[in-house]
Design a binder for this molecule. Sequence first.
Ligand code: CP
Length: 311
Amino acid sequence: MKKYTEIKDISNLSETIKEAILLKMNPYEFETLGKHKTLVMLFFNASLRTRLSTEKAANNLGMQVMVLNVNDAWNIEFEDGTIMNANSSEHIKEAARVISQYADIIAVRAFPTLKDKQRDESEYVLQNFVKYATVPIINMESATAHPLQALADAITISELADKPKPKVVLSWAPHPRALPQAVANSFVEMMQHLDVDLTITHPEGYELNSEITKQTPINYNQEDALKDADFVYVKNWSNYNDYGKILNQDPNWMLTQEKLGNAKFMHCLPVRRNVVVEDVVLDGDNSLVIHQANNRTFAAQVVLKQILENL
Ligand code: CP
C-alpha cells in the first residue's frame, strides 16, 4: 500500500481483513517492522479512538509516534499564491515538507467546515498533505471520508456475521449538532465492497452524495428498512444537499431496542445516549460498539504494516 487516504487504496480487501484478524490474534508478530520508523499524527480536530488506536497500532509494529494537535502550532495556510498578511503564519508547502523530514508516515485528521461544500469536497487539507508531503499519508478522518473506521467496521462484520450475506442497515439518527457525512460515506462505500445486503434509511431529503450511494437502496421508512436486519449501523449526518444544515431532529428516528430486535447494533462512537440510541441498546448484549473500537487498532495496524512493507 502506498498511502491510505481512501478505501480504494486497499488493493485486496478480503485479504486485508483476514490479515487484520491475524494481527488481532498475534499483535506483536511484526514488532520490529517499524523499528526506526516514525509516525507523525496531525490532529486538526478532537479524537479519542483514532488517536489512541493508531498510536497503539504503530507501537505494536515497533514504530515511534509523535502527535501534534495542529491548533497548538502555527496556523497553516492552504491557498496557493495568497498574501499571508492575516492569521496564517506558515504555508502547507513548508509545513508538509518539514514534517516529512521527521516522519516516515504522516496521518492527518481534518474535519469539514460544513459551510463550504466545494472546499470540503476538494479535501483541501488532506490533499495538500498528499501533494506536498514526501512520505505516505493516512486519512484519520477527513472532510468526506473515514476509511480507517470503515475498515474496522468491515473487520467487525466479517468476524461476527453468522450467514453468508447478512442484511446491513445504515440508519440516520437525530443529533443536536451538525455532523459530517464522512463516517456514513465510508461505511456505505466499504459495504459496497463486501458481500452484504445493504439498505440505507433516513428522512426524506437527507440523501448522502449519490456518487457514493450509487444503486444502494434507500428506504425512508425506518421500521420497514430495519426488518430482518442482521447489523444496524446508526449514525447522524447533517444535510448534504442543504449543506451542513440540521433540518430534522425528530426523536422518532432514535434507535430503540424494539426497532433493533435481534440485530447487532453498531456505531463508530462517540455517541449521545438517548438521542441517537437508547441506553438499553448500548448496554445490551447486541451492542458491538466496544468491539468496533477495539478493531480500530487492527485496522490501523494492517494499514501501517502494508505501508511500511512498501517504503
Ligand atoms: N470513531 C472515531 O473516529 O472516534 P474518535 O473521533 O474519538 O477518534
